[in-house]
Design a protein around this ligand. Structure first.
Ligand code: GLY
Length: 399
């Protein structure tokens, strides 16, 4: 039997040791993450040489399928991700060749600053020229972003309080998709950097309409809300790339998480922070989220296990790291730990390509549109982009 004194002494020793143990663990996690970040960046510089060599000078990389590179013109919604990823790589490595390649690709992309074919001018211009301006401070890049915002808001439709995502088609009248949240960053940034207040106003109006009309009580989101432009009424809420109309398409959930976290960054409005926290809860507590935290292509996919979507994992990881900046310590730990698992998973052989393979892309295993059998289990530019962004965010905020 231990005496009262002995029991007290044990308690005191444990109380003294616990903070030391947890500090030691935190320092070892930091060391491990620093190594992982550096390894990925050094790998990416070499791997992106392969991607560059696979991509004609007037095209952008898109994917790699059946042993062949797939490229796109600059009108494709993903055209900003390759130059944007190069800027992230340059930011970390200061490699002059990477910078030169980024500049060449911006030169072919610049004409899209007047693109009005859909809502994606935010992805196209802000992920590319936005990074270029942030890193170099060169005013010529800012002019491109300012021009893009002018054209972006031509798709704003007052009757539905939203920016129209896609044009009218056989099945859809005026579709607004959850992905559109991502394009609002460009508008908020332009207002914050000397532009008209109308860009921010449109972004806020769009985001508020999205909360009202896209989100379900469990904080999952529909992919598409289709509107009647004449009277502003909702015609239907439907699936695009997910499993069915009421399912939770994984990338859509990640776009929403990222979008509302970003909205909070610019506005400090608690409504957006709450929205992002609830979406994070939906994702992180979902019974179908695998242990490595890289989601299947849809949380309600008809057959599980099924294909993972590395892009959804990368987008969610990057978003969670930012969300961690806006909450208390306990909640931050939840988000940062989950994001670290995602980044570690994506860095493993299960998702990260071997040097020289995968057409030069970093990550394998993304899904464009599963049911359309389009881009299933292939690399996609945005997976690489948000993966590197997440690694840099971890370095900036948590190392
Ligand atoms: N924005 C289109 C997609 O996420 O597939």
């Amino acid at each position: 039997m231990k005496s009262t004194f002995e029991r007290l002494a044990t308690l005191v020793i444990v109380a003294l040791l616990l903070p030391l143990l947890s500090a030691a663990q935190a320092s070892s996690t930091k060391k491990q993450m620093a190594g992982l970040i550096d390894d990925n960046m050094q790998f990416a510089v070499k791997q992106y040489e392969v991607l560059k060599n696979n991509t004609p000078a007037d095209r952008m990389p898109r994917s790699f399928a059946n042993g062949k590179p797939v490229t796109s013109d600059t009108e494709w919604w993903c055209s900003g991700f390759y130059p944007g990823t190069l800027w992230y790589l340059y930011e970390y490595t200061k490699d002059a060749n990477v910078k030169a390649e980024a500049e060449k690709r911006l030169a072919i992309l610049e004409k899209e600053k007047r693109y009005t074919g859909n809502h994606d001018i935010g992805f196209m211009i802000f992920c590319s020229f936005g990074n270029a301006y942030r890193i170099t401070g060169d005013k010529k890049y800012k002019e491109v972003i300012d021009t893009a915002a002018v054209y972006q808001v031509t798709r704003y439709r007052p009757s539905i309080h939203s920016i129209q995502s896609w044009n009218k088609s056989k099945n859809l009248n005026c579709p607004v998709i959850i992905d559109n949240m991502m394009n609002l960053e460009q508008l908020l940034w332009v207002t914050q950097n000397g532009g008209s207040g109308k860009y921010k106003e449109i972004a806020l109006t769009h985001a508020n309409t999205t909360i009202k009309n896209h989100y379900r009580p469990d904080y999952s989101t529909f992919h598409i809300v289709d509107y009647n432009l004449d009277n502003g009424e909702i015609i239907k809420k439907v699936n695009g790339q997910g499993a069915h109309d009421t399912s939770a398409w994984s990338r859509g959930q990640a776009w929403g998480l990222y979008g509302f976290t970003m909205m909070y960054r610019f506005t400090k409005d608690q409504v957006y922070l709450n929205q992002a926290r609830q979406i994070a809860k939906f994702i992180l507590n979902h019974p179908n989220l695998p242990a490595d935290k890289i989601p299947y292509w849809d949380y309600n996919a008809p057959q599980i296990p099924t294909s993972r979507d590395a892009s959804a994992g990368a987008i969610a990881a990057s978003a969670l790291l930012e969300l961690g900046q806006y909450v208390n310590k306990a909640e931050r730990t939840t988000y940062v730990d989950a994001a670290a698992v995602m980044l570690q998973s994506l860095s493993s052989d299960a998702y990260r390509a071997k040097l020289g393979e995968n057409g030069g892309f970093l990550l394998k295993n993304s899904v464009g549109s599963f049911l359309a059998n389009s881009e299933v289990d292939v690399p996609l530019t945005y997976a690489d982009y948000y993966f590197l962004e997440g690694l840099l965010r971890y370095k900036k905020w948590y190392l």
